[in-house]
Design a protein around this ligand. Structure first.
Ligand code: CO
Length: 167
């Protein structure tokens, strides 16, 4: 690997923090019996993401969230993951300042991208990197609020998917 650290601007290079860790579950309510009832985590919101054919629940834990993801039909990658591997760890989401710039830089470095451009996620612009290039881990990038992709993806302002239940 070529060390390009010195030539890459800070806003492209910087990984801000772990934004969330996602777990695929068969069904949100039964998963909450562990995460909420046994572990005692608070549930921020449960949201259907129709474009991804999943329902998600965010459980804030300090500065990071645990995201539970349950497929709503059997056509998606998440559903195939569940069918072939069962419930379990699915992806880690890292915060960056500028997703488009980060994707360009990673592609130049030979990292295989699932999303070649930022797309709307539950909490802002996101893009996924292929686990083949990430030592077996599915990596999601999310852009910090107010970054350049927010302006291009949400020209009239960000609207979060409707929460079906606030807890
Ligand atoms: Co995620």
């Amino acid at each position: 690997m070529i060390d390009r650290i010195g030539t890459i601007p800070e806003h492209v290079r910087r990984i801000g923090r772990i934004h969330h860790v996602a777990v695929v579950v068969r069904e949100i309510e039964s998963a909450l019996e562990f995460w909420r009832d046994d572990l005692g985590l608070a549930v921020g919101a449960v949201q259907p993401i129709p474009s991804d054919r999943v329902v998600i629940a965010f459980l804030p834990l300090g500065d990071v969230k645990v995201e539970l993801v349950a497929p709503t039909d059997d056509t998606t990658g998440v559903a195939r993951f569940l069918a072939s591997r069962g419930e379990g760890f699915h992806h880690i989401c890292l915060e960056v300042d500028d997703i488009a710039a980060a994707l360009t830089r990673l592609a130049i470095d030979g990292v295989e991208l699932i999303d070649s451009a930022p797309r709307p996620g539950a909490e802002g612009p996101v893009a996924f990197l292929h686990p083949r290039s990430c030592h077996g881990v599915l990596v999601e990038l999310i852009e910090v609020p107010g970054g350049p992709s927010w302006r291009s993806l949400y020209p009239s302002g960000f609207v979060a998917p409707d929460a079906i239940r606030q807890v």
